[in-house]
Design a protein around this ligand. Structure first.
Ligand code: URA
Ligand code: SF4
Length: 205
């Protein structure tokens, strides 16, 4: 299945299926352990990700790395990708402002995300933020009410969503930890379930 992932990446990096292809510098396909029981699906590349072609390497990415570390894990244990593979930004003022992907952009990019998930075959998917949860769990997913809960999924044995680190960074300016503790707890809960499910479904068990 890793061959399949390599093939998908090759076709994905030249994709022009939606308008986000017009201003991107790099397609951010995803990275990490393709055999991991846990896949993290974010929203989409920001400036740093667009510049480097790697997911979650900017400010939000640093906070995600910290949360993964505080959950007792490391980034190389999981696979990390995004709902859309090209940066979504508003360019109308001349200075790009990141924005969430539109429903059309997210649904167009499913032509990469779904086969990517199928090639990896994770036990658990952890959606990072509302756009990812709305794309993979349910259109009207309510992130603050439904984060941390497991849902049935076509794309893995189970799926959960958590708060986006960019949202947490904004909340931290208002009060307390901004939900950081919840992010750490959700990552740990998703990982524990992923390991348990992998063991349970190991051939021979
Ligand atoms: N935010 C995301 O959702 N994904 C990234 O890759 C970076 C920031
Ligand atoms: Fe293609 Fe996805 Fe990039 Fe749109 S965001 S151009 S669908 S890879």
């Amino acid at each position: 299945m890793t061959d399949e992932l390599a093939r998908l990446r090759e076709s994905c990096v030249v994709c022009t299926a939606c308008d986000l292809s017009q201003r991107r510098r790099n397609v951010v396909f995803g990275e990490g352990d393709p055999h991991s029981p846990l896949v993290l699906v974010g929203e989409g590349p920001g400036d740093q990700e667009d510049a480097t072609g790697r997911p979650f390497v900017g400010r939000a990415g640093k906070l995600l790395d910290q949360a993964i570390g505080d959950a007792g894990l490391s980034r190389d244990l999981v696979y990390i990708t995004n709902t859309v593979k090209c940066r979504a930004a508003d360019w109308s003022t001349g200075k790009p402002q990141n924005r969430p992907p539109t429903e059309l952009e997210s649904s167009t990019c499913r032509q990469w995300l779904l086969p990517q998930l199928q090639a990896i075959g994770p036990q658990v998917i952890l959606c990072i933020g509302a756009p990812s949860a709305k794309n993979l769990i349910r259109k009207n997913f309510a992130i603050t009410k439904e984060r941390g809960l497991f849902f049935p999924s076509e794309y893995a044995r189970t799926i959960m969503a958590t708060l986006h680190p960019a949202y947490i960074l904004r909340q931290m300016n208002i009060s307390g930890d901004g939900g950081y503790g919840l992010l750490v707890a959700d990552i740990l809960k998703a990982w524990d379930a992923a390991v348990r499910l992998a063991e349970k479904h190991r051939p021979g068990n």
